[in-house]
Design a protein. Structure first.
Ligand code: ZN
Length: 695
């Protein structure tokens, strides 16, 4: 997908003016020829940065965040260009949606004179422009831009005494604060924000969006809005900090740096509406690793968990070890068949013999290929035996595989991989600014990679019960950028009771906005971002190989569907609602354009390989069928059963497991010593018995 970058506006030549108006010409041409849908997606300027050649980190961050959201940003250098009304408009003469100015930029009257300030105020008041003013420290004595544009309602910004970072987000403006609405975020370390000073007789058209608590426990505003006519002036009080020029956005996207980028994101998303990359519905999923379908599987009672899911509205996926394909209990199978909206299955390796998809020096790529194909055959048999469908989503046992294994998944029509890590094994983390800020990472083998989080308060083999007082903030950060909430647990998480996850589900469900708990496969089908172009067409970015897209707008619409596609695995075909569809791949991008009538949906599928490779023809010999022939694997799986099903449900058993995991090496030595003693005793006994028999 081509990102629109900022353009510096300088005195323009005739040719440049023509180029700038190109979208208008194209739109006019399309209309002239009576086309119902334009020839090209038309996208005008969306935002404007009023700055000078001395840009602060916030100026750069505004441009970068505009770019991240797919907004075209016009940059006006006030030291060389006089601000006019037309500069605040797009190529079609409409006012731009959002403008940004740093309060220190116009301190020099040469940059912005009273007439230009009047033009800016007029654009807000009658043109409906949203203006964000970032302010550093201002005392009452100084005449600031802030005072001028807010009609003396906001008179300054001061440095509060505040030695710990916290943000109190208002619950009154969910249209701006979205999933952060009503949350309190905190981080150890001094606060670097400024208290916005309101005039004592400040008007009622002031909204405090985000506040912080100072050292005397008093709240002070740091992000607010002054409503004026058709538009608004947003004010953000914070000091310049790290810039997205040389820092990855993901690094700043947390509570510690909240005020540096999240208010700008809130401002752009609110003011630019559907023109930013976004998705309306949020998705969530709880995945429990390892169980097979018996009741109970250790601390996991399937029937009890179903009741919890129904009363607290969540969905559970079992990350299923393919080796267990023929061990299902009919009663548990029935639950999966009767409640597909609550229970689903994804693939958790093949044999799960330790780190099964580890680095190639230990487990060669060929071995990993065999395991993937054997896993698929076993899962097909599981489906045949139980009737339960499964999602072709791989959750690697123990940890993520190296990148080349991800290509094997793509080659075998897997949809995605979901893991605790977001960089494949033995792979360098990319340095691109927006890495990790989209719903899925596509940087490795051109295959969708999603990161999940562990359920809080949960550690393997501790006596601690699951925490009920969870911190919901990390999930709000995920959902605000339209990432699904993906949570992992094991059966042990439910040692405190089958209701252990209920409070987490409640807190996530209480976040602002609509949230759907569903299977990983369903989440991947709905994993996309969209943005509306100025000609009414919609750009769509998809990540997996299946996409369900619904047109819920007011009319028939043209969708430009795009997926990053390097063709590292050749495409067999692309279908829409099961019928082969036209597509092109250029510049590493797969492109499908489709008109969707109002209220209708399409299901698009990219098929790389229709058939699972046959095991019988598999070249390396040892893999003949899906039988469980390996003795070591058999022992390991039985040991896991013993640990999960019999030992983890009672305190003495848990003590043994804890001892084993905490002192694994010592435990192995003790086990070795015990084994030697046992063998010695057996040999001694045999010799003794033989001797007695001879006598
Ligand atoms: Zn596992």
């Amino acid at each position: 997908m081509v990102r629109k970058t900022c353009v510096l506006v300088e005195p323009r030549s005739g040719f440049m003016r023509f180029c700038e108006l190109l979208p208008v010409w194209l739109l006019s041409l399309s209309l002239l020829f009576g086309l119902r849908t334009p020839l090209f997606a038309v996208d005008f300027y969306d935002t404007v940065l009023l700055t000078t050649s001395l840009q602060g980190s916030c100026d750069i961050n505004f441009q970068k965040i505009s770019e991240h959201y797919g907004l075209r940003c016009k940059v006006i250098d006030l030291s060389t260009t006089a601000l006019t009304d037309s500069l605040l408009r797009d190529e079609n003469g409409e006012y731009l949606k959002a403008a940004f100015i740093n309060n220190y930029t116009p301190e020099n009257p040469a940059y912005l004179d009273p007439n230009e300030i009047g033009i800016l105020k007029e654009a807000v008041e009658t043109g409906g422009v949203s203006l964000l003013v970032l302010t550093e420290e201002i005392t009452n004595s100084r005449e600031s831009l802030l005072k001028k544009v807010t009609d003396n309602v906001i008179i300054g910004a001061t440095n509060p005494a505040d030695s710990s970072t916290d943000y109190v987000i208002s619950d009154s403006f969910p249209e701006i604060t979205r999933e952060f609405t009503g949350l309190k975020l905190s981080h150890a370390g001094p606060q670097t924000d400024l208290a916005i000073t309101l005039s004592p007789n400040s008007a009622s058209n002031i909204d405090i969006i985000v506040s912080a608590t100072d050292d005397s426990s008093k709240l002070y505003p740091i992000f607010g809005r002054y409503r004026k006519g058709k538009g608004s002036i947003f004010i953000l009080g914070t000091k310049n900090g790290k810039s997205l020029q040389n820092t990855q956005m993901e690094e700043l996207y947390d509570t510690q740096h909240f005020s540096k980028i999240v208010p700008i994101m809130m401002f752009l998303r609110y003011s630019s509406g559907d023109e930013v990359w976004h998705k309306e519905t949020d998705y969530a999923n709880l995945t429990i690793d390892d169980p097979f379908l018996v009741e109970p599987y250790g601390n996991l009672e399937f029937k009890g968990l179903l009741t919890s899911m129904q009363t607290h509205d969540f969905h559970t996926t079992i990350a299923f070890i393919s080796w267990n394909y023929d061990r299902s209990n009919p009663k548990v199978v029935r639950l999966f068949l009767d409640y597909p909206d609550r229970y689903s299955i994804a693939i958790h390796g093949n044999n799960h013999d330790h780190y099964e998809f580890y680095k190639y020096s230990k487990v060669p790529l060929k071995e990993q290929q065999k395991d993937i194909i054997q896993a698929l055959h076993r899962m097909e048999e599981f489906k045949k035996l139980t009737g339960i469908p499964y999602d072709k989503i791989m959750i690697f046992p123990h940890g993520i595989a190296p990148a080349k294994t991800l290509e094997l998944l793509k080659r075998n029509d897997f949809v995605a991989t979901v893991n605790n890590q977001d960089v494949p094994l033995e792979t360098k983390r990319p340095e691109s600014t927006f890495y990790g800020m989209e719903p899925a990472i596509m940087d490795y083998a051109n295959f969708a990679l999603l990161k999940r989080r562990s359920a809080q308060g949960y550690r393997m083999w501790s006596f601690k019960k699951a925490k009920s007082d969870i911190d919901v903030a990390p999930y709000a950060f995920d959902l605000f950028i339209d990432k699904p909430v993906l949570i992992l647990a094991h059966q042990d998480f439910f040692f405190s009771g089958i209701d252990a996850f209920n409070s987490t589900a409640d807190k996530i469900n209480d976040l602002a906005g609509e949230i759907r708990w569903t299977s990983l496969g369903d989440i991947l089908k709905h994993l996309y971002l969209e943005k509306t172009n100025d000609d009414g067409s919609v750009d769509v970015r998809m990540y997996g190989n299946k996409l369900v897209l619904s047109n819920k707008s007011g009319s028939k619409r043209l969708y430009h569907i795009r997926k990053k596609e390097t063709l590292n695995v050749p495409i067999s075909k692309v279908t829409i609602n099961g019928v082969e569809a036209n597509y092109i791949v250029e510049n590493d991008t797969l492109k499908v354009d489709e008109v969707i009538p109002l209220g209708e949906s399409i299901e698009l599928e990219i098929i790389y390989n229709e058939e699972i490779p046959s095991i019988a023809n598999f070249p390396t010999g040892s893999l003949r069928n899906i039988r469980k022939s390996g003795f070591t694997v058999w022992i390991l799986r039985r040991f896991s059963d013993l640990r999960d099903i019999y030992l983890s449900t009672n305190r003495p058993g848990r003590a043994i497991i804890s001892l084993y995991y905490i002192h694994r090496r010592t435990a192995l030595r003790i086990a070795g010593a015990c084994g030697l003693i046992l063998i010695s005793v057996i040999i001694f006994a045999i010799v003794k018995v033989r001797g007695q028999w001879k006598e």
